[in-house]
Write a protein that binds this ligand. Structure first.
Ligand SMILES: NC(=O)c1ccc[n+]([C@@H]2O[C@H](COP(=O)([O-])OP(=O)(O)OC[C@H]3O[C@@H](n4cnc5c(N)ncnc54)[C@H](O)[C@@H]3O)[C@@H](O)[C@H]2O)c1
Length: 415
């Protein structure tokens, strides 16, 4: 069984590739452009594995994408490559249209041509039943004798819950039939790519499945996203930027739970279906940030030199303002947040909200649970403890990133 994973050098992709190579014994071809978010050091533990290969390719280069598929003859494609940071999409939407829309279009076209070149075989309902023998659901996939066929080939398109728009606090979670209503250039570009993937299934018969998942967290997340930002700001003794009043709600999914869910959908899911993947972990951002601070207070108590200084609060992250009133508002919020705080919580600093910031995302995971038997293993407490510990144990990984261009700066204020 050979799977071509796009975006395998990114956060979710690297966790997925590790799961496939190490735990599932699947052969993996990792196709990645290596943008700022792609990092082969996230895969250093498997780079020499016999069942792992890397191809540095930009999905916008249609010819090369075609030739990679012909060369590797995969049984399935798991498409994760994308520009993924909402704040960056506000500053520079063009890259998001190129990689997420044009890149997905190129991959679908190449996949269709490749799929049409495969022999038609069997009437399998899923990869698992077709390749399967015996009771171990995973061993069936590694059958070295099975070559890819039209009936067993799968194209799994990985997307986000952000395509559904924003929920109010009393709404039920997004289901697979919730209408699309994207608000940011990022979510709009992902919505476009989802529509393309489904259209290639409906129009040309390509065996497409789509997943839409909630916010991921865990090891190897690029330090521009909320959770690593909070952890690293704490460790540096710098103000922790919280957008608006921190009231936005997200449903947090541990990244290896997500990787397992993707493998489950690929091997057991029904062609043409969409599966929503959530963590059953809705939290307000401020609640999450406070929890991370408390975990760090236990794991790595703050030392005096990390107490925030007046200069620290004047850093670009917190002092930049869109209008004259913001600084005094911020002062109020800051003092209301910090007056009684001890430890890392005293670093919390409320900053101007992201433009178009969706209030709440939540997933209704009934379908994937009832149909495919998948449920997340990590809960809010266990997943976040593991994540904090990983960033404490792997300082070299993130310090190397921070020694480059990206310096934990605020992006996407649209001013
Ligand atoms: N991180 C989340 O919380 C989350 C939530 C829901 C859905 N998703 C989706 O999951 C997927 C992976 O997200 P992530 O957080 O791992 O992203 P990431 O930004 O960490 O990684 C993206 C990877 O894609 C590669 N890439 C980007 N453009 C490319 C191109 N043109 N050609 C080839 N490779 C390219 C990058 O080099 C990088 O390795 C994305 O499709 C994203 O939309 C992410």
């Amino acid at each position: 069984m050979k799977i071509l994973v796009t975006g395998g050098a990114g956060f979710i992709g690297s966790n997925l590739v590790r799961l496939l190579v190490q735990d599932k014994g699947v052969s993996v071809v990792n196709l990645d452009k290596l943008t700022y978010a792609g990092n082969l050091e996230s895969l250093s533990d498997i780079e020499g594995a016999d069942n792992y290969q890397f191809e540095q390719v930009d999905l916008c280069d249609a010819q090369v994408v075609n030739s990679v598929l012909k060369k590797h003859q995969p049984h399935a494609i798991m498409h994760l490559a994308a520009e993924s940071h909402v704040d960056r999409s506000i500053d520079g939407p063009g890259e998001f249209i190129q990689s997420n829309v044009i890149g997905t279009f190129n991959l679908l076209q190449a996949s269709l041509a490749y799929w049409r070149s495969l022999p038609v075989a069997g009437d399998a309902q899923s990869l698992m039943t077709n390749a399967g023998s015996g009771n171990d659901p995973h061993s069936s996939l590694i059958d070295p004798q099975s070559s890819p066929t039209q009936s067993t080939f799968r194209f799994l398109h990985v997307s986000t819950d952000e395509v559904y728009g924003s929920l109010s606090p009393e709404d039920s979670g997004f289901s697979e039939t919730t209408p699309y209503d994207p608000h940011s250039p990022y979510s709009a570009s992902k919505a476009a790519s989802d529509h393309l993937a489904r259209a290639w299934g409906d129009t040309y018969g390509l065996p497409v499945m789509v997943t839409n998942c909630s916010n991921n967290y865990g090891p190897y997340q690029f330090p521009e996203k909320l959770i690593p930002v909070v952890i690293l700001k704490c460790l540096r003794g710098e103000p922790i930027p919280v957008y608006g009043k921190g009231e936005n709600i997200r449903d947090w999914l541990y990244v290896t739970d997500h990787a397992e869910a993707l493998y489950t959908v690929l091997t057991k899911g029904r062609v043409g279906e969409t599966y929503n993947i959530g963590g059953n972990n809705e939290r307000q951002n401020i609640e999450l940030v406070r929890m991370l601070c408390r975990i760090l207070d236990e794991a790595r108590p703050m030392v005096d030199e990390h107490q925030p200084t007046a200069e620290a609060f004047e850093s670009p992250v917190t002092s930049s303002s869109d209008d004259g009133n913001e600084n005094s508002q911020l002062e109020q919020l800051r003092s209301s947040s910090n007056s009684n705080s001890v430890g890392y919580e005293s670093l919390i600093s409320f900053v101007t909200d992201r433009p178009g910031h969706d209030l709440r995302y939540a997933i209704d995971p009934t379908k994937i649970r009832d149909e495919l038997g998948w449920e997340p293993k990590e809960d809010f407490e266990s997943g976040f403890r593991k994540t904090v510990q990983w960033y404490l144990d792997n300082q070299e990984w993130w310090q190397r990133i921070l020694s480059g261009e990206y310096q934990l700066d605020r992006l996407g204020k649209d001013d």
